[in-house]
Design a protein around this ligand. Structure first.
Ligand SMILES: [Zn+2]
Length: 222
């Protein structure tokens, strides 16, 4: 399993098949040059900074408020299976959207939670999350302190910040999130950084510039 952060709320999961989540690649100055050919694209809501999927051939899973030529519409609560990938659509709290959702993805034996654009009141615990993608930029979503509170609810093994620094309204320092999250995680007795190596997912680190930095941390269930 390889996980790549492509800036904003966009991640690629690659494990034989390629899943692309919330693409925002054109018109995004922080996005790297992306040449992947996704097999499946997930879009959390209709806003252009999450739904830049028309340039791909892949099937797009999205709520019915989105329109793509090759699309499978899902509703909150639906669960679908695609060649061994299980996708569950759940609701998010993002009043700017007509129908805000997010996804629980089970793939390659791991459980991912892409929280979409959400405020803290929309955060729920779905149990056993390996990696949580959590917005930290504020304004349209949770800010850093709210994102830290959301870790108490979800208790993921690894949390990765997203949705920051793409626009002037969502400036946030991912290292501040990292420091606060690690401080919180260290208060759990069972937290042991050595366990990180047991996690098979290979995380690709973007150290090229701080805006493309991906930060991971161990955050194990209390
Ligand atoms: Zn957004």
């Amino acid at each position: 399993m390889r996980l790549t952060y492509l800036s904003h709320a966009c991640f690629e999961l690659r494990n034989g098949q390629i899943i692309l989540i919330d693409p925002y690649l054109s018109g995004n100055k922080l996005a790297p040059n992306y040449e992947g050919k996704p097999d499946l694209i997930l879009v959390t809501h209709e806003h252009s900074d999450h739904a830049d999927a028309s340039g791909f051939n892949a099937m797009v899973i999205a709520p019915a408020t989105c329109k793509f030529s090759k699309m499978l519409a899902m509703k909150v609560g639906d669960v679908k299976n695609f060649n061994g990938i299980t996708i569950q659509m759940v609701g998010a709290s993002h009043r700017q959207s007509k129908y805000a959702t997010r996804y629980l993805i089970t793939y390659g034996g791991k459980r991912f939670y892409h929280t979409g654009d959400t405020y803290l009141d929309g955060i729920k615990n779905y149990g056993n999350i390996d990696i949580m993608f959590v917005p930290i930029g504020g304004h349209y979503t949770m800010n850093i302190n709210e994102a830290i509170k959301s870790l108490d609810v979800v208790k993921p093994r690894i949390a990765t910040p997203m949705h920051y620094n793409t626009f002037s309204e969502i400036k946030a320092n991912p290292k501040e999130f990292q420091a606060k999250a690690e401080n919180k995680a260290s208060r759990y007795n069972s937290w042991n950084p050595a366990n990180l190596s047991m996690f098979e997912t290979k995380i690709r680190h973007y150290e090229l510039c701080s805006t493309r930095l991906i930060i991971t941390l161990k955050f194990i269930n209390a």
